[in-house]
Design a protein around this ligand. Structure first.
Ligand code: F6P
Length: 195
């Protein structure tokens, strides 16, 4: 059976500071995850099953994929880049709340539809993910290393979460999720890296 594996990138330097967006590379702890990922993947996929790895075009997902076996094909998709926070890119949630209090509240009230000034909403991300989903549906096993909001949208598609709940799905760092579509629904397995 065909599966899709989903992971966020390893912890980034901006994650450490509580800042959203940006294009930082991974922290020391993030690098530990990148080093562990090949083992997690071997445990979950098996060593002789071919796998294709898709990352975003941002440094933190590419760095996270770096230690995976060389025989895996790797592809970078701009469509897998993190939700664009527009003018809020690089800010902390506290800074956003102070600077744009109405936006901050509006986002909390309707997170799926809220579009950052000069940026995107979850709805926008779902639309730009359409080609990814199409390609996924006709592919063999794929591992996607992407970002919190994007992983939420892909997860919501397979797990049939509503638009309301999808932006709130918990997607912890340093965790590999295996999704296997079955006749009755998608089976989910979780592998946590203890770092
Ligand atoms: O903080 C990490 C991050 O991936 C940000 O880059 C992004 O804006 C955010 O999470 C998305 O999560 P939320 O929609 O809950 O703010």
């Amino acid at each position: 059976t065909r599966s899709v594996w989903l992971s966020r990138h390893g912890e980034s330097l901006l994650n450490l500071e509580g800042r959203i967006g940006g294009d930082a590379t991974i922290s020391h702890r993030g690098e530990e995850y990148a080093l562990k990922l090949p083992d997690l993947v071997r445990e979950s996929v098996g060593s002789d099953r071919p796998l294709t790895v898709w990352t975003s075009t941002l440094k933190r997902t590419i760095a996270t994929a770096r230690h995976l076996p060389k025989h895996y094909n790797q592809l970078q998709w701009k469509a897998l880049d993190e939700l664009d926070a527009g003018v809020c890119d690089g800010m902390t949630y506290q800074e956003i709340a102070d600077r744009y209090p109405e936006d901050f509240q509006a986002r909390d009230q309707d997170k799926y539809n809220y579009r950052y000034r000069g940026g995107e909403s979850y709805r926008d991300v779902v639309i730009r993910l359409e080609p990814i989903i199409m390609e996924l549906e006709r592919s063999e096993d794929i591992l996607i290393i992407s970002h919190q909001a994007v992983i939420r949208c892909i997860y919501a598609y397979f797990m049939q979460k509503t638009q309301e709940e999808s932006p709130w799905v918990p997607v912890p760092l340093h965790t590999l999720m295996k999704l296997t579509p079955r006749a009755y629904g998608t089976e989910l397995q979780i592998y946590r890296a203890n770092i």
